[in-house]
Design a protein around this ligand. Sequence first.
Ligand code: FAD
Length: 319
Amino acid sequence: MLYDATVIGGGQSGLATAYYLRKSGVNYVVLDDQPAPGGAWRHAWPSMTLFSTSGFSNLPGWPMPYHEGFPPARHVVEYLTAYEQRYNIPVERPVHVDSVIRDDGAFHVRAGGRTWTARTIVAATGTWSAPFVPYYPGTFTGRQWHSAYYPGPEPFRGSTVAVVGGANSGAQIAAELTSVADVTWYTRGEPRWMPDDVDGRVLFRRNRDRAIAVARGEADPGTDSSLGDIVALPTVREARDSGRLKATPMFASLSNVTTAHLIWCTGFRPALGPVRSVLHEPGVFLVGYGDRVGPGAATITGVGPYAKRAAEGVVTATR
Ligand code: FAD
């Protein structure tokens, strides 16, 4: 069967794109390597919450159901599950795409022994499967983790932990661990706290203004960096204000880190491996991934316009 589009990745970006594809009447399939809906949110640590309220976390078409305060990751998983069912999105899972090649005027999407053939490709593979760890010289003799696989505080109880990273995940994980372990929180500069009465909504507004400017062909106004980066969620604020959460300047060598554990909260890279060889071919569209695609593209509320643009690209390419 020849599809008009194969969407690779069934997280929020893939689903939002499917929402628009479905409205446009093209035939498509979504391939996702997880056993169930939810994308990266299935891998969030147990205490992780959004940094904005449910009213600011809407995919196109259907708002996120209300949740008091900052919703936990499982609320997002439930939302994505219901969204997929509501719009009857054809997701095949678990299907891990190994590669995409272009041959004979079509794209051939390979996963294990199976192949899907399509006229266009939407890459929506996210970033969680490509955790990034910066290089530092020296040797660390304890156990290393990445925030992508942080399991919650229990394995660290009574131990010594180095947490690396001065953004939201580093602050949240370090704050949580301060109540069960001896924590050293390494950051490259002074942590840049957002004002306590400001939450993630301000980041989304910033992103929206940037996206509108870029869409109009104006210069990207950039982020308002004076406002800070770290959302002072209640648990984080409490750890900071009580003095438990204090930043330490970044180490120069891993050999200087003598804790039992080291948790890298140093971000992710786009998981574009399977589509690398066709990335610049006409008919390949990227959704999600953050600034590589556009301001706010890797947020729930911000992905809609990019999903719509990709779906329109598919329609134009297959008309
Ligand atoms: P994903 O959710 O990662 O979905 C991609 C899917 O594709 C996954 O199921 C993946 O397993 C699958 N996949 C990958 N490779 C393949 C392959 N080769 N074959 C088949 N399937 C594949 N956003 C907000 O809006 N609000 C917040 O408060 C917020 N907080 C965040 C906090 C943290 C700590 C982090 C890390 C992110 C946060 N985000 C937040 C950002 C954002 O919403 C997520 O990163 C989001 O999950 C991106 O969605 P996605 O669909 O692009 O990617």
